[in-house]
Write a protein that binds this ligand. Structure first.
Ligand code: CA
Length: 231
């Protein structure tokens, strides 16, 4: 099935160029020229990827990204026109996956689009591949077939979500994981609840797996960014 791309861009000439080039690559394309209409379309059509301008009538690209990120991790490629915008995009406060500076070549944009779609595909495969072999990480042993984790050989009394969370942390050990990413990947995109849920479960997990929960060595807090599992 063709991947669906939503373009939110108010400049008619660029709209057409983007549509033409993306359709020629076999993508199904929808174009919105207004921020509010773009946000509504993003929520309704649930595209596989969004290419979005920052300065838009109605609502700007920063705000749209912020609102979308509360629920989904659809890849977003920002089209930026000014250096000041790039700083904000790169500041991670926005949550865009990539950006491209105007004017840009279509070849470059298409390469970025492909890279983002490939990344999502790989993440999905990794998530859907059943891991059945026991794995160890420090003094923890994961027994996926029994959905059990042993600490120093003793089974931990983990609730199902704690197990899912710990497995997710293990699979991404060494990486900084934002609360939002954890929430989306462990609880699901359609989970309605705040990132406090993540903090609470991390606290419970620490009480079970850390030798000194007040001074965690395995699940480390990365200030202003999220958590990192030390394998
Ligand atoms: Ca614009």
């Amino acid at each position: 099935m063709a991947k669906r791309i939503l373009i939110i861009e108010d400049e008619p000439a660029l709209q057409e160029t983007l549509r033409y080039n993306l359709e020629r690559e076999g993508y199904q394309v929808m174009v919105k020229g207004d921020g509010l209409a773009g946000l509504a379309a993003a929520r309704e059509m649930q595209p596989d990827l969004i290419v979005m301008d920052i300065m838009l009538p109605g609502m700007d690209g920063f705000e749209i990204t912020r609102l979308l990120r509360q629920r989904r991790n659809t890849p977003i490629i920002m089209l930026t026109a000014r250096d000041a915008e790039i700083d904000r995009v790169l500041g991670l406060e926005i949550g865009a996956d990539d950006y491209i500076t105007k004017p840009f070549s279509m070849r470059e944009l298409l390469a970025r689009v492909k890279a983002q779609l490939r990344r999502v595909q790989m993440e999905r495969q990794e998530r859907d591949t059943p891991q059945t072999q026991p794995r160890t990480s420090g003094n923890l042993t994961f027994l996926p077939q029994r959905r059990e984790v042993l600490k120093d050989g003793e089974p931990l009394p983990l609730k199902p979500k704690e197990y899912d969370l710990l497995l997710f942390l293990l699979a991404h050990r060494g990486q900084i994981l934002s609360r939002q990413v954890i929430l989306e990947r462990v609880w699901g995109w359609d989970y309605i609840g705040g990132s406090r849920t993540v903090d609470v479960h991390i606290r419970w997990l620490r009480q079970k797996i850390e030798d000194d929960p007040a001074n965690p060595r395995r699940i480390v807090t990365v200030r202003g960014a999220g958590y990192r599992f030390e394998g």
